[in-house]
Design a protein around this ligand. Structure first.
Ligand code: HEC
Ligand code: HEC
Length: 168
């Protein structure tokens, strides 16, 4: 009895493996022939190299950009090229730290940057806010790769009743 059931299990495993192999054969070729389309790569096949457009220069206007919502991390209005941010040194905090802003004229990082995840206030920037570019990004005057129909909540509130997204 044990012998029989063991051979059954084996047969079933082999069958399952064959099924997986076959389904791979069935589904893979169409995916390849259609060509993977990636917004960044375009239709260039994987083995070939793309010809990327030149990198846009980073905006450096020093004008603080309006935030789209209250808790948005503000975008960076200056270049950050070559700024060192690692365990030895944080170039951003060299200007944006509480104690440095009088000299540098930078906006001090807000109080949330000194809080740990339990809301405790720390003496220095919190580890979860240490790598600034996780949330803050420099800007370039480039055409967006994909569309965006974001509407500010203030405009949403002003929409006429019945219009999509209206709150009245
Ligand atoms: C040499 C000093 C200096 C350094 C280094 C620096 N900043 Fe700034 N930053 C400023 C100043 C000054 C402003 C105010 C606007 C301006 O003059 O560009 C500013 C503005 C900003 C703002 C806009 C804040 C707002 O409320 O709109 C952000 C975000 C910011 N910096 C992030 C960073 C990050 C991230 C780094 C590191 C990659 C960095 N900064 C490095 C001086 C600096
Ligand atoms: C996890 C995301 C995150 C990281 C990492 C982070 N920030 Fe922020 N930052 C925010 C958010 C969200 C805001 C806006 C709301 C707030 O103040 O908390 C903000 C606000 C700011 C402001 C504007 C403060 C004000 O009072 O207007 C500055 C300047 C800034 N951050 C700089 C930095 C610098 C420099 C670092 C790196 C040391 C950093 N941030 C790391 C999310 C982040």
């Amino acid at each position: 009895m044990t012998k029989l059931s063991r051979s059954w299990t084996l047969a079933r495993t082999v069958w399952a493996m064959l099924l997986v192999a076959f389904s791979a054969l069935l589904f893979a070729p169409p995916a390849l022939s259609q060509g993977l389309v990636d917004a960044m790569r375009g239709p260039t096949p994987i083995p070939e190299q793309t010809k990327p457009p030149p990198i846009f220069p980073t905006e450096n206007k020093d004008v603080r950009r309006t935030r789209n919502f209250a808790m948005q991390p503000p975008t960076i209005p200056h270049t950050i090229e070559g700024y060192q941010v690692d365990k030895e040194f944080n170039r951003c905090m060299f200007c944006h730290a509480r104690t440095r802003t009088q000299e540098t004229g930078a906006i001090p990082v807000s109080i949330t940057h000194y809080q740990d995840r339990n809301g405790n206030m720390l003496a220095d920037v919190s580890p979860r806010r240490y790598f600034c570019t996780q949330c803050h990004v420099a800007q370039a005057d480039a055409k967006p790769l994909i569309g965006n129909n974001f509407v500010d909540v203030e405009q949403l509130l002003k929409r006429k009743p019945g219009v999509l997204g209206s709150t009245k």
